[in-house]
Design a protein around this ligand. Structure first.
Ligand code: AHM
Ligand code: MG
Length: 332
């Protein structure tokens, strides 16, 4: 099949990025370099992630930190790794991160790009050795380079993304991204230190049989959503919920399914963040032929008004998302 073929002829991520860049002879190559910077940081975070279980027992095999520094949490480490790679790379002027309250101004006014990133999502899963992920969005700044960054460079709707991706640190590590021309997935070959094209041109099934939602909050869902979930049960769909957005999204993207993080009584706008969680996955979903809304409106058209703003998220196979929306409409 296609994926085995791609792997055997060895299309590395670097080669793939280069080939795509050659399709645009006038491109400066900065976006390509930026994607490579992200991939490098990903490899470092992957290494740290694999060691996560060992870090607490490091002393047992002579790995005690000589300075006696406290072990940093992996999500903090990931944030440092990504920010450092983006700073050193030189293409980026500002970073919005889940880990930082304010925008990080990289003081690089010649950088054309703005990044929104969740360096390590699903971090409650780290301690129990369950899949986690990184999510990123790339925007072109709208004000001229050479001048200080402005709020409008940061607060762009998702439909302005020039690229977006996620990394899944799962049984294998995968990087999946789009530049607005389809979605491609790369699997990490640890011993070679390379990502290989393993999932060319990902197309999401139009429908599926998996629904993913934290049903423990059922009683605080709106009535329409409750009815939709009852419908899923009548249909005997499979309930699958890892509690790691990237992992739940990735599975449903490949197999067909819907992921829902709705508004609840406690969180009236949901839990997930528009800028660095929902937008990137919505862009990838649409590029793969799937759908992403807040239950009503397209995620990518939401105009952000604050950095860490939340949004309900209905994302996955188009038919399933449309069906869920129809239940919300009727039962309001
Ligand atoms: P985090 O950014 O604090 O890690 O939270 C985001 C995570 C998502 O990965 C996951 O889908 C969701 O929170 C799970 O939340 P809940 O435990 O409420 O179901
Ligand atoms: Mg997160």
């Amino acid at each position: 099949d296609n994926s085995t073929l791609a792997y055997s002829v060895g299309v590395t991520l670097d080669r793939f990025i280069k080939k795509k860049q050659d399709d645009f002879p006038f491109a400066s190559g900065e976006l390509s370099q930026l994607l490579r910077d992200i991939a490098l940081a990903t490899k470092i975070v992957n290494r740290e992630t694999n060691r996560a279980g060992l870090s607490n027992i490091g002393g047992a095999f002579g790995q005690t930190n000589v300075q006696g520094e406290e072990q940093q949490k992996l999500d903090v480490i990931a944030n440092i790794r990504f920010t450092r790679a983006l700073t050193k790379g030189g293409e980026v002027c500002a970073v919005v991160s889940e880990e930082d309250d304010e925008v990080i101004d990289l003081q690089n006014s010649s950088g054309k790009y703005v990044i929104a990133i969740d360096p390590l999502d699903g971090s409650s899963n780290i301690d129990v050795n369950i899949s986690i992920g990184t999510i990123f969005s790339i925007y072109r700044r709208v004000t001229p380079t050479g001048s200080p960054i402005q709020p409008e460079d940061i607060m762009q709707p998702g439909n302005q993304q020039v690229a977006a991706g996620y990394v899944l640190y799962g049984s294998s590590t995968m990087l999946v991204y789009t530049t607005g021309n389809g979605v491609n997935g790369f699997t990490y070959e640890q011993s070679l230190g390379e990502f290989f094209l393993s999932h060319p041109d990902i197309c999401a099934p139009k429908t599926g049989k998996i629904y993913s939602i934290n049903e423990g909050s059922y009683h605080s869902f709106e009535d329409g959503l409750k009815s939709y979930l009852d419908h899923c049960k009548r249909k005997e769909y499979n309930a699958r919920y890892i509690g790691s957005l990237v992992a739940d999204f990735h599975r449903n993207l490949l197999k067909g399914g819907i992921y829902i993080y709705p508004k609840t009584k406690k969180s009236p706008t949901g839990k997930l963040r528009l800028l660095y969680e929902a937008n990137a996955l919505a862009f990838i979903a649409e590029q793969a032929g799937a759908r992403a809304t807040d239950g009503k409106d397209r995620i990518l058209d939401i105009i952000p008004n604050s950095l860490h703003q939340r949004t309900p998220l209905y994302i996955g196979s188009t038919k399933m998302v449309v069906e869920a929306e129809s239940f919300l409409e009727v039962k309001q």
